[in-house]
Design a protein around this ligand. Structure first.
Ligand code: HPA
Length: 274
């Protein structure tokens, strides 16, 4: 794994040259189009990056971008690796390790999630205040890489409080309904059963998804500021009569792009200015 991190880092240092990005964003399902809000300085397919795996999920194209917004540079990863695709947890978290090696200090994670909290509507945003690693597996398992971080990291303040507050205020100004809630991470790839969702609600989860938590853990371990949002793409299983379908989820997300893009841009400016 260390070798993959080093290979990918060396390749990208060379390819990106003297970039100035200190903030990065991972664009999950339905968020890919945000790229069009920025000027593309450079675009690199994951397939070109040694040590990177390739992604296979619809809505996850698999490209790294160096972007320019005004005077600010940002790295953006369009597409991520999921455990359910057959990647191990280290491969899922590898891009985050590489981002840190490239000088990234502040990270925004985005995902689509099912709404467990019955006050949540499809199209609402949830600013992640905390998570439940229901899945149990952890990308920090294995020999601890001391140069990255400590063996037993504290996670009581994983999601940056100041950014969460700013996000809620910004969403209000932009007429976007935003909640603050708890994200529960499940392995997938099946959507949950109604019984699982009832249990997750009792556990204190507000939204459920199949990503983000491994990336957040690894980023926090390395001292990267973490800010994360979920776009509620559907009511979680059993909350309504609806049958869940990935294509429907993508279409719902697509219809929300225009509304959500300026919010993401503003938040990235905040991260880059930290
Ligand atoms: N469950 C898990 N992951 C998801 C969902 C869901 O209902 N919607 C979008 N991603």
């Amino acid at each position: 794994m260390q070798e993959n991190i080093q290979q990918a880092t060396a390749f990208l240092r060379d390819a990106l040259g003297d970039h100035k990005a200190r903030a990065a964003i991972i664009l999950g399902s339905g968020f890919s189009d945000w790229i069009s809000a920025a000027f593309i300085v450079q675009e690199i397919s994951y397939a070109q990056i040694p040590g990177f795996s390739n992604t296979s999920v619809d809505g996850h194209p698999g490209r790294l971008y160096l972007l320019q917004i005004g005077s600010i540079q940002i790295l953006a990863l369009q597409g991520r690796f999921h455990f359910y695709e057959g990647h191990d947890m280290h491969a899922v978290a590898l891009p985050i390790r590489v981002l840190r090696q490239l000088g990234i200090l502040h990270l925004m994670l985005t995902n689509a999630a099912g709404g467990i909290n019955t006050n949540y509507q499809t199209g609402d945003l949830m600013v992640i205040a905390d998570h439940i690693n229901f899945f149990g597996l952890n990308p920090l398992i294995g020999p601890n890489l001391e140069e990255y971080g400590t063996r037993f990291p504290d996670t009581s303040r994983l999601y940056h409080q100041g950014l969460r507050k700013e996000a809620i205020e910004l969403a209000k100004e932009m007429n976007i309904v935003a909640h603050t809630g708890v994200y529960i991470y499940t392995v997938g790839p099946n959507f949950e059963t109604p019984a699982e969702i009832r249990m997750m609600r009792l556990m204190g989860a507000d939204a459920v998804g199949m990503s983000t938590v491994p990336e957040a853990l690894v980023a926090h371990h390395m001292g990267i500021t973490v800010f994360a949002i979920s776009l509620i793409a559907n009511p979680a299983a059993g909350t309504t009569e609806a049958i869940l379908d990935h294509q429907d989820v993508l279409e719902t997300l697509q219809s929300m792009q225009t509304k959500i893009q300026p919010f993401i841009t503003q938040m990235m400016m905040q991260l880059a200015a930290m």
